[in-house]
Write a protein that binds this ligand. Structure first.
Ligand SMILES: Cc1ncc(COP(=O)(O)O)c(CNc2csc(C(=O)O)c2)c1O
Length: 465
């Protein structure tokens, strides 16, 4: 059973973590290690570190643990002999899928949880490679259209081997300031959240638009926020026109439904509807990055379902709580040749075994509705604390349990996060810098008592700050 409350027995990180960090530090950089985890003892919403500290995990590592620690459903899936082969014989999925692979896709990724209007899906390894492969599917579809769907010429094929025109076209991808889409070169070219993601890496000079900066409370600033969003959409149009003129047409636009690593920046449904219209007008494809917002945490299975888009997004990427990376796409984006979206593993069926169970649990326990109910407790609690400590907190915001609040500076936020951790509430925001937001990414199994416990600990820390 889960623990009933946190228990802190040493400073966090404790002595055992420090000893293990020293050992690990012989082999790799350990500056990002928060603490070593006792994965045997961790349960539900509580993570236990190797020093015996029991912490309420309000960020679930990197927003990447769907049903908390050691969920019985996942343990049962692992112990079921019929699943064993998926864990032992990792297939080169693009060429040697297992007999039950289509069943597993249909029961997990193509179940009722597929994004509205999308019936094609490709698994991948992580969020970065989901976005990189989504990009590639878009570049291929764009060039098929440019070629009028004729096959590529020998010149196009051979020139591409040497990174030369016409086979390696001058295309671009539009992204947004403060967006984050991953750390390999294509996704990195669209990421603009933190310097340590970017420094020292050469990337193409693609267009970067401004994401709306909304004023809160939203109902008091509707006119200003509408104007802000319109200005941002005008800039997107201008950038697409500019890059067309300079011979690097925008083939795709990549955006998160809520910019997470950039500090939980929200925009309205009409902003995203407007963005989709601009894509349609300009012939660019729209890629929605649901790596952090997906899997039910915002109160809909996919955050972009809140936006009532008039047609499906062209690509929706996922990872983290979905346990497998991958992307959904429209018929138009289906590759027309083999080995074009491909890699040795291109996904991992054992993760689909676990994802099937996550999706079953989400359906059976109505965990997306739970995210709405528990999110309401979290957000109203943050708003109350904001009223009590106006000198410390502002802009309380959220969708489902995907909540955040801003501090005056990143430094004050870091001090509060450290105090929270030493009082048993863990919400380290994955190497925060620049933005001064405290963001919450609890699991789908967070219940009201956990939310109230967190808010009490948060209140006691704020009262000492
Ligand atoms: C919206 C969005 N898109 C793509 C990614 C990349 O996913 P991974 O490659 O890390 O699985 C992420 C990963 N999130 C993330 C948070 S901190 C971090 C890091 O690498 O420092 C990564 C994401 O939030």
């Amino acid at each position: 059973a889960e623990f009933s409350e946190p228990k802190i027995v040493t400073q966090v990180p404790g002595p055992k973590t420090k000893e293990l960090s020293k050992r690990l530090g012989q082999y790799q950089n350990i500056d990002a290690v928060h603490f070593f985890v006792d994965y045997e003892r961790s349960r539900g919403n509580y993570v236990v570190d190797v020093d015996g500290n029991i912490l309420l995990d309000m960020f679930t590592q990197i927003a990447s643990i769907p049903l908390g620690y050691n969920h019985p459903r996942l343990i049962a899936a692992m112990s079921d002999p019929k699943n064993l082969t998926s864990f032992i014989n990792r297939p080169a999925l693009g060429s040697y899928p297992s007999e039950d692979f289509v069943d597993r896709l249909e029961k997990s990724l193509l179940s009722v949880m597929a994004p509205p209007g999308l019936r094609h899906v490709q698994t991948a390894g992580c969020g970065t490679c989901s976005n990189e492969n989504g990009q590639k599917a878009i570049f291929m579809a764009y060039q098929r259209r440019v070629r009028g769907h004729r096959p590529p010429t020998e010149e196009e094929k051979t020139s591409s081997l040497m990174n030369q025109l016409p086979g390696s076209p001058k295309l671009s991808f539009l992204s947004f300031k403060n967006g984050f889409h991953g750390r390999c070169m294509g996704a990195l070219a669209m990421s603009h959240a933190k310097w340590f993601h970017k420094l020292d890496f050469p990337v193409p000079d693609w267009p970067v638009a401004t994401f709306p900066r909304l004023k809160y409370p939203l109902d008091e600033f509707t006119r200003e926020n509408d104007r802000e969003e319109q200005t941002c959409l005008d800039e997107v149009r201008d950038l697409i026109a500019k890059y067309k003129r300079r011979g690097e047409p925008v083939a795709g636009v990549c955006v998160e439904p809520i910019q997470a690593e950039g500090g939980d920046n929200h925009a309205s449904a009409s902003f995203f509807q407007g963005l989709q219209n601009i894509c349609k007008e300009s012939g660019a494809y729209l890629m929605l990055d649901e790596v952090q917002t997906g899997c039910g945490v915002t109160g809909k299975f996919w955050a972009h379902e809140h936006f009532n888009l008039s047609r499906p997004a062209d690509v929706v990427t996922f990872s983290k709580k979905m346990l497998s990376g991958g992307f959904y796409f429209t018929e138009d984006l289906k590759p027309t040749e083999g080995y074009r979206i491909y890699s040795t593993w291109i996904g991992d069926p054992s993760k689909l075994v676990l994802l099937e169970e996550v999706i079953e649990e989400v359906k059976q326990e109505k965990l997306t509705d739970n995210a709405v109910q528990v999110g309401t407790v979290l957000l109203s609690g943050l708003k109350e604390l904001q009223d009590i400590y106006p000198q410390l907190l502002k802009n309380a915001r959220g969708l489902g349990t995907f909540c955040a609040v801003d501090f005056p500076t990143a430094d004050i936020r870091d001090k509060v996060v450290s105090k929270l951790r030493n009082k048993g509430a863990l919400c380290v925001n994955t190497g925060g810098c620049g933005v001064s937001s405290l963001r919450l990414r609890p699991s789908l199994v967070l219940q009201k008592p956990h939310a109230e416990l967190f808010l009490n600990v948060f209140n006691s820390v704020l009262s000492e700050t």
